[in-house]
Design a protein. Structure first.
Length: 95
């Protein structure tokens, strides 16, 4: 299978990486996403939220690094798996 045509979604569950201060992560999220503190708080409530869709591998890698630097644990879902519904959804997370 040709992985170069895979597209990804970024899924966020409100998780903060170990070693990061929660308030600082939320403030960084506000700046990075140009949202209010209220909206940022909602993102960190534990619900699953899709932050981005339709990312190619290069943009997926860019966002993985960006969110990790901000202290946000994000997951990546292959959109191809979602459309086929034959295979389990592939979730990957930064190590």
């Amino acid at each position: 299978m040709d992985n170069s045509k895979d597209t990804w979604q970024i899924l966020f569950k409100g998780e903060i990486l170990t070693g990061f201060e929660p308030l600082k992560v939320k403030l960084n999220c506000m700046k990075m996403m140009s949202i209010s503190l209220e909206k940022a708080e909602q993102l960190f409530c534990g619900r699953k939220v899709i932050l981005r869709k339709g990312l190619d591998q290069e943009r997926r890698d860019k966002y993985e690094n960006l969110f990790r630097e901000q202290g946000m644990r994000v997951y990546f879902v292959k959109e191809n798996d979602l459309s086929e519904q034959k295979h389990p959804v592939t979730l990957t997370t930064p190590h």
